[in-house]
Ligand binder design. Structure first.
Ligand code: NAD
Ligand code: MG
Length: 396
């Protein structure tokens, strides 16, 4: 029996994880559930899954959550605050941690799970973008295993030889020439910059193929999601920026591909449903039913591929630039993006200005080699403050 902590249980990835867990009560148990502020939704999940521990990140809601669980007659213990997340990640309550908190808020619990040697199912790409070298060191020290559940990286993990997928062998030594990430292109694929000037948050979060949280939906619309994923692939598989390509594939059926020296290209295909990657991560190296309908190739009939438009969707180019710069540059990129996307979703920043804010932050804040967590947290705060200043100057 695998005891699974689901951080971000009330979100899109959290819901898909719990759906897979519920299909296999003899294999998986949700032992810890955590959310930010949605105490009602978290209490409802506790009634369904009866975890040992429920964590609400906002301490102001701890009493509310406790009252709900008592009313429901549950024995689930309650904790609150960011430290409780890291503590639970490292505790014997779980052997597996699903890191599905959105943004930098997930970093410390993700690192704690890695350090404690857990099986880490990583959805929280912002954590590895910010702190790739620290997360890799924590995994080495802890002796745990990282299973990528971002669909592209899960596809790469499946299409790579096992030693290369887990960084035990170099890509070149395994005959790998390129990692090719697919991108749906988001809701604005094919549009020009002029078309994008007056995009509203509701248009931006209406993704054609995936139902996801609001922040990653905007990232998909700007192509920053693919930029973050290029950086994620670099750290996960020790791939040079030149060895990571992006191709737009509007149907989101081919989740990514590995190109080998002999001309072979191995891809992983499936319907766009995150339960496939989550079931893979939970059951690995076995495979279990995930509730995902079989792929009907004849009904699909065609798969299209196009180059990304880096002039219109500048965030992808900015992410490559931050990766090449290295050190703390990806953390600066991520923090500036989080602030700009939140302002856009709030109606405070035009869609096209998201890239301007990020570019200005990358220019203004010098990147340094990564040393420790305190440095990265400080960099994150500095970049957030710079992004706020930039937004006031640019548009408010
Ligand atoms: P979401 O907005 O639907 O859910 C986010 C979850 O995180 C919620 O449960 C929320 O309560 C929790 N949360 C937010 N802030 C928190 C905080 N400060 N402390 C503790 N918990 C907090 O987001 P999502 O779409 O599920 O995405 C989650 C992560 O997975 C993101 O990093 C995203 O990039 C990644 N991801 C998502 C998908 C997808 O299909 N949704 C695919 C690949 C990767
Ligand atoms: Mg993805």
């Amino acid at each position: 029996m695998r005891n699974v902590a689901v951080f971000g249980a009330t979100g899109s990835i959290g819901g898909s994880t719990l759906d897979v867990i519920a299909r296999h009560p003899q294999r998986f148990r949700a032992s810890v559930l955590a959310a930010h502020r949605a105490s009602g939704a978290l209490a409802a999940l506790c009634e369904r899954f009866a975890p040992d521990l429920a964590i609400i990140a906002d301490p102001a809601l701890e009493a509310d959550l406790r009252a709900r669980l008592i009313r429901a007659g549950l024995a689930t213990r309650v904790a609150s605050g960011p430290a409780a997340l890291a503590e639970a990640a490292a505790s014997p309550l779980c052997d597996t941690v699903v890191a599905a908190i959105v943004g930098a808020a997930g970093l410390e619990s993700t690192l704690a799970a890695a350090r404690a040697g857990k099986r880490l199912l990583l959805a929280n790409k912002e954590a590895i973008v910010m702190a790739g070298p620290l997360l890799l060191a924590a995994l080495r020290d802890g002796g745990g295993e990282l299973l990528p559940v971002d669909s592209e990286h899960n596809a790469l993990f499946q299409a790579l030889p096992p030693a290369a997928a887990t960084r035990r062998a170099a890509l070149a030594a395994s005959g790998v020439r390129k990692l090719i990430l697919t991108a749906s292109g988001g809701p604005f694929r094919g549009r020009s910059r002029a078309d994008l000037a007056r995009i509203t948050p509701e248009q931006a979060v209406a993704h054609p193929n995936w139902r996801m949280g609001r922040k990653i939906s905007v990232d998909s619309a700007t192509l920053m999601n693919k930029g973050l994923e290029v950086i994620e692939a670099h750290f996960l598989f020790d791939a040079a920026p030149e060895a990571i390509d992006v191709v737009v594939h509007p149907q989101s059926i081919v989740h990514s591909l590995v190109e080998y020296a002999d001309g072979s290209v191995l891809a992983q295909l499936g319907n766009p449903d995150m339960r496939t990657a989550l079931a893979y991560g939970l059951a690995w190296p076995e495979r279990v039913e995930a509730g995902v309908p079989a792929l009907d190739l004849v009904a699909l009939a065609r798969l299209d591929f196009q180059p990304p438009d880096l002039d219109t969707f500048r965030c992808l180019a900015l992410a490559y630039a931050a990766l090449r710069q290295g050190g703390t540059a990806p953390a600066i990129l991520n923090a500036a993006n989080e602030i700009a996307v939140a302002a856009f979703l709030d109606g405070q920043l035009p869609f096209l200005a998201i890239a301007e804010v990020i570019e200005a932050c990358l220019e203004q804040i010098p990147a340094e080699p990564v040393t420790d967590l305190a440095q990265l947290i400080q960099t994150d705060l500095t970049a957030r403050a710079a992004a706020q200043r930039m937004m006031r100057r640019l548009h408010c």
